[in-house]
Write a protein that binds this ligand. Structure first.
Ligand SMILES: NC(=O)C1=CN([C@@H]2O[C@H](COP(=O)(O)OP(=O)(O)OC[C@H]3O[C@@H](n4cnc5c(N)ncnc54)[C@H](OP(=O)(O)O)[C@@H]3O)[C@@H](O)[C@H]2O)C=CC1
Ligand SMILES: CC(=O)N[C@@H](CCC(=O)OP(=O)(O)O)C(=O)O
Length: 307
């Protein structure tokens, strides 16, 4: 029997990429609304309640509304928005971190934010084994392709091709901070410096680690080995060796659902740069949602993904 999937917000950036990854897959059939119906609460309620799995690719308020429109115990939810990422009763859709079986059994899954995927992917394994402390005030610097801001930011960057770099989150209150602090169990909120570059997709997330100044922090090689051990066997998360001359995002980069992690260390081991490379629309959004959908449907986690 096929799983009935309804993508609420199917005409948006994340929704379209999810539909792309589900195209041609006989395990799923998509419930589609016409352009005239897609924002109609009645039509959405009917589709939400007909679905085995509803994937919400909506702004936060519309995602909350969608959840409130579900009036049965059967429809399971994967929400791509920020609305439920630290909410009680929701499973955080990072299977490598919370466990594949936990996601497979979940009825309410919140898909991780793109930046937190890099930050938590780097830090949580190291905090869990005590190689870095939870009471250090971490910082996180990141750049994203403009598709990370959905249709509105895509339109802005495509209209104004003169923008070379856009720093934002300058009020130090970005919506991902609670998610980063909460799921890492950090004492202090991280200082987060996000920026957008004029490329459609792609993301680099970096956590600088002044090892010599952090009580109990391990050496760079030990940090890398611990990440490797944590992600051993993961088909999507790779811990890379070596020190390339540079890390590049290219405007021509194809969609991909992997997450690449690096630990760069100074010669004397006193400093490290933890770096994550991902596609904001891949493991940072649509790829992660399909990974969870696969697990919830008893399918191989990478089915339909771009490895
Ligand atoms: N883009 C990314 O890289 C990531 C996005 N996300 C999250 O995913 C969610 C979707 O983002 P994204 O796809 O980028 O955003 P988009 O703006 O590209 O798409 C959102 C879609 O939702 C539709 N929509 C808005 N309100 C309603 C409503 N009340 N009922 C039905 N449809 C509605 C919009 O309609 P219309 O087309 O008419 O505007 C649009 O098609 C957001 O919460 C975002 O924060 C998470 C991780 C990464
Ligand atoms: C470039 C850009 O604008 N990025 C978005 C985050 C994208 C993402 O992860 O989405 P969620 O809103 O679902 O968390 C931002 O900073 O708000």
């Amino acid at each position: 029997m096929t799983t009935q999937v309804f993508i609420d917000g199917a005409a948006g950036t994340t929704g379209l990429e999810i539909a792309d990854r589900l195209a041609g897959r006989s395990e799923f059939s998509l419930i589609a609304l016409s352009d005239a119906e897609r924002k109609d609460a009645g039509a959405r309620a009917e589709a939400l309640n007909a679905a085995d799995v509803a994937i919400l690719c909506l702004p936060d308020d519309a995602a909350r509304e969608a959840v409130s429109l579900i009036a049965n115990d059967r429809t399971r939810v994967i929400d791509a928005s920020t609305a439920f990422r630290v909410a009680p009763g929701w499973t955080y859709g990072f299977p490598e971190m919370v466990g594949r079986e936990t996601v497979a059994q979940a009825t309410r899954v919140s898909n991780p934010g793109c930046y937190p995927t890099g930050f938590l992917g780097l830090l949580v394994p190291l905090l869990r084994v005590g190689l870095l402390p939870a009471d250090w005030p971490y910082t996180v610097n990141a750049v994203s392709g403009y598709s990370g801001g959905g249709k509105a930011l895509i339109a802005r960057f495509e209209d104004d091709t003169d923008i070379a770099f856009r720093a934002y989150g300058l009020g130090l209150g970005h919506k991902h901070i609670a998610e980063m602090q909460g799921h890492a169990g950090l004492k202090h909120a991280p200082i987060f410096s996000p920026a957008v570059v004029p490329a459609h997709r792609g993301m680099v997330v970096e956590v600088p680690v002044p090892i010599a100044a952090i009580p109990g922090a391990a050496a760079p090689d030990a940090l890398r080995d611990a990440l490797k051990a944590f992600y051993e066997g993961s088909p999507l998360v790779r811990v890379r060796d070596g020190v390339p001359d540079e890390l590049l995002l290219r405007r021509s980069d194809a969609p991909r659902d992997g997450l690449d992690l690096y630990v760069f260390g100074s010669n004397d081991g006193s400093q490290a740069r933890l770096v994550a490379l991902l596609d904001n629309l891949g493991k940072g959004a649509s790829g992660a949602a399909v990974q969870s959908l696969n697990l919830m449907s008893g399918l191989p986690e990478t089915a339909g993904l771009r490895l």
